[in-house]
Design a protein around this ligand. Sequence first.
Ligand code: AMP
Length: 280
Amino acid sequence: MLVFNTIESLQKHISELPKRTSIGFVPTMGALHKGHLSLIKKAEKQNKITVVSIFVNPTQFDNAEDLVNYPKTIEKDLKLLQSVNCSIAFIPSVKEIYNENIYSESFDFGGIENEMEGKFRKGHFNGVATIVKRLFEIVKPTKAYFGKKDFQQLQIIKKLVEIKKIPVKIKGCAIFREPDGLAMSSRNTRLTKEQREAAPFIYKILKKAKKKFGTKNADTVIEWVEKKFKKHPILDLEYFLIANEDTLQSVNKKDNNKKQRAFIAVYAGKIRLIDNLSLN
Ligand code: AMP
């Protein structure tokens, strides 16, 4: 595996590859887990080479404490990347990416950026889109892989590529879960033992909500979920809602002709956890 820290060295290497070499790209913030690895394996199957970036992007953090405490496990990450035969790791510094100008571009994604995560994490998606656009310009991938764990992010990236006419195919990948159902996340390592034991409740509620939405409208299901979390001693609900997958607008009635999904954000102490589940 080759490791590059500068844009110049990465681009020099890529420019020397045979023409039309397909490049799969998986952008990450490191603290890698099996969820990341599932994206990388998919990229490897579908491309000649795979580039994984590790970059904790400061402009997408709306909470300074979360940025400072974001787990960093670079040695372990490199070993994991090697274990799945990743071709290239790109690990730039903040200065390499932003120079002295650490700020986000402002994007208009037609409103999907203002729902859910956009409501609760101001500026988050401008930061995400800024870094992903920059990384696409640097790596020039054929295909790029994003997890449905961050479903709204996946939709934003698809919109970004459409609006900015970036020649890359965006691939959405299934959510990888722990055996007890908790969606894998780098932030899970920051949970206390008690919080970690409580966290699978999130997926359990999603599954029960899915069942209920078969016969009850969204308002009733939301009320039920809110009640469940009010009684929970460890987890605090930030939001639970049911929305159309494409518009991310809330829906009230089940419609099997439309893709509908439940979305949830929960705090365990200061750790924010998100998850979602298709309702079709
Ligand atoms: P992150 O390092 O958290 O920015 O995540 C990098 C990529 O991995 C994003 O596209 C995430 O959606 C994806 N990802 C993170 N956790 C999971 C998971 N449990 N299952 C599938 N994809 C994931």
